[in-house]
Design a protein around this ligand. Sequence first.
Ligand code: FES
Ligand code: FES
Length: 167
Amino acid sequence: MIHFTINGQAKALDVEDDTPLLWVIREQLGLTGTKFGCGVGVCGACTVLLNGKPVRTCILPVVVASGAEITTIEGLDHPVQEAWLEEQVPQCGYCQSGQLMAASALLDEIRQPTDGDIDERMTNLCRCATYDRIRKGIHNASAKMPEPPPEPVEETSPEDAPADGGE
Ligand code: FES
Ligand code: FES
């Protein structure tokens, strides 16, 4: 029995340990927004977040996800989605759930990525070659990212104060 949380819901599934996670997500859980493309870990159509990191589920045995938190496109709530609509990124759309998952993970790690960061991290393939719009979508989403919480201010103890009151 494999246990994990997916899109905030706890699941316990009786599956073979080496079943690809993609099969479990699509066939057993019915979450068909995650797509099958190459099946060999190259195209990224099958990308989901595993504990916040993008993974290619067509080659990931489900046992690796044991105890993990998984997010699929059905559970994504991120500025990339609005940005993708504004920039009209998709063409046929087939690769786009994977692109969105990868882009959200990139922005969660680097709030203001450069074009170089995008080119380096966005390795998902798109047969419609929407790469320019993907880049625009990421920059658009970057401007919508919430401000990070302020750094905690270090408190000074009375012992740190100068003995003469600082005069
Ligand atoms: S279907 Fe998984 S990487 Fe292509
Ligand atoms: S939008 Fe068609 S494959 Fe990417």
